[in-house]
Ligand binder design. Sequence first.
Ligand code: SF4
Ligand code: MG
Length: 317
Amino acid sequence: KTLLDVKNLSKEFKVGGGRKLKAVNDVSFSILEGETFGLVGESGCGKSTTGRTILQLYNASKGQIHFNGKDILKMNKKQKYSLHREMQMIFQDPYASLNPRLTVTEIISEGMDALGLYKGDKAGKYERVLELLNKVGLKKNHANRYPHEFSGGQRQRIGIARALAVKPKFIIADEPISALDVSIQAQVVNLFQDLQEEENLTYLFIAHDLSMVKHISDRIGVMYLGKLVEVSESVELYNKPLHPYTQALLSAIPIPDPKVEMARERIVLQGDVPSPMNPPSGCHFRTRCPHATKECQETVPALREVENGHFVACHLY
Ligand code: SF4
Ligand code: MG
């Protein structure tokens, strides 16, 4: 069953001098209930903006977003508000996203308070906080401490507990492990996976690096300059990347097995990502693509299903 359906979503920002920045450009994908969809791309590719637009932190410029069958762009203020009971976000920087003046209990209670849960039932709310702390691997005696007393990984666990507090169906995790030590990343990914089972969660898991979403994602979407360029089941994407950009991203991930490593050619992309203010005509990737032709300069490639469940936006296919 489809939980989230995003169709032709665009988000533009006005940036002075009457100019517009197309941060998200005609993006379509859907996420099934219980699934983890990884959204990957370099910084500035529009992946966070996509997440924030779905959560209604930004108004969409164009397109449709259906959640649980409901058109969320047509909702009134009150309906959008109650949507936050079902959709929660976890942010990249666990420190910046926690108010330093609030205790862990107060932080975790924020969402419950905003939605009026446990109104007048202080003891019940505190019980719930302790239950959540336990769920994310923190201790009871952490409840009355302040964010600065915790490590990065622990702070991210507090952020996760805060998101879970209102029992959401769907969580958008915006680079939740990027700011953490490599040694802690796997633990937090494991926590995400355990919680998914326990709480029947669906995830949109945003990352800048394919290696970070490899183990957690059922399917993956790759973005470049505001466009979704490839969508596929995760294993298929790793074994058979079709888009030249995905191929380059994957070639940069070290493989532990030296024999495989030697067999695989590292693709080094030329040049920098062009400014999203002024993307190249035709295929946005053409200025860095080793296979670019004249057609790539003239025509925008549409995202097409070229194999069962494997979509790519490239004229080579
Ligand atoms: Fe490269 Fe052309 Fe494919 Fe774009 S459409 S990725 S430029 S081959
Ligand atoms: Mg971001």
